[in-house]
Design a binder for this molecule. Sequence first.
Ligand SMILES: O=C(O)c1ccccc1N[C@@H]1O[C@H](COP(=O)(O)O)[C@@H](O)[C@H]1O
Length: 204
Amino acid sequence: MTKVKICGLMELEHVKTAVESGADAIGFVFAKSRRQVTVDQARELATAVPSDVLKIGVFVNEALEEVERIAREVPLDVVQLHGDEDPDYVRRLSIPTIKALSIKTKEDVQQALQYEVGYFLFDAPGVEFRGGSGHSFDWSMLAKANISPDKVILAGGLTEHNINEAIHIVQPFMVDVSSGVETAQRKDTEKIRTFIRAVRDEER
Ligand SMILES: O=C(O)c1ccccc1N[C@@H]1O[C@H](COP(=O)(O)O)[C@@H](O)[C@H]1O
């Protein structure tokens, strides 16, 4: 069953909706972004997340000690590195890690192979910030790559309208959405519900 992460949550109501609708993971953005939350905000939002739903923190080129401190304080289960963090940085982290890669060409997909992580997240290149642009990329580049789909988290411009095609092509372990469940740059409870339902419908 494809897992679902709802990312960039900033309000308790939206965290609750995601959890009640069956999200497997919730993402909090600590990087520079219009969705950035403070540690105190994330700690408060995290109180609404049960232990069987992962709390994932999104970071971009943050000092390693700072990532570990924030992960302890919220607390986070997993960190998602969305910047230029190198394999050595990732190796030194003591927290389960997702390495995000921006995909323009099929060579970008191969960059993943240098990282010793449980999961790779493939996203379209950012526009204003390093992620969360609402743009997608050519998913067939993943389908052709020699990377196990079981290690793949697919992100970038996913919506209720394209998610079924994306899952069909990539067969990822997890899908990750932020912009696609927003209206006027704010999370939309109905879109969160509809997106998760669309992923679940794929399994039927
Ligand atoms: O969401 C953000 O603002 C963000 C900022 C910096 C790095 C990553 C960010 N989000 C991640 O971007 C992808 C795709 O999001 P979208 O659905 O295209 O908006 C997703 O992995 C978010 O975790």
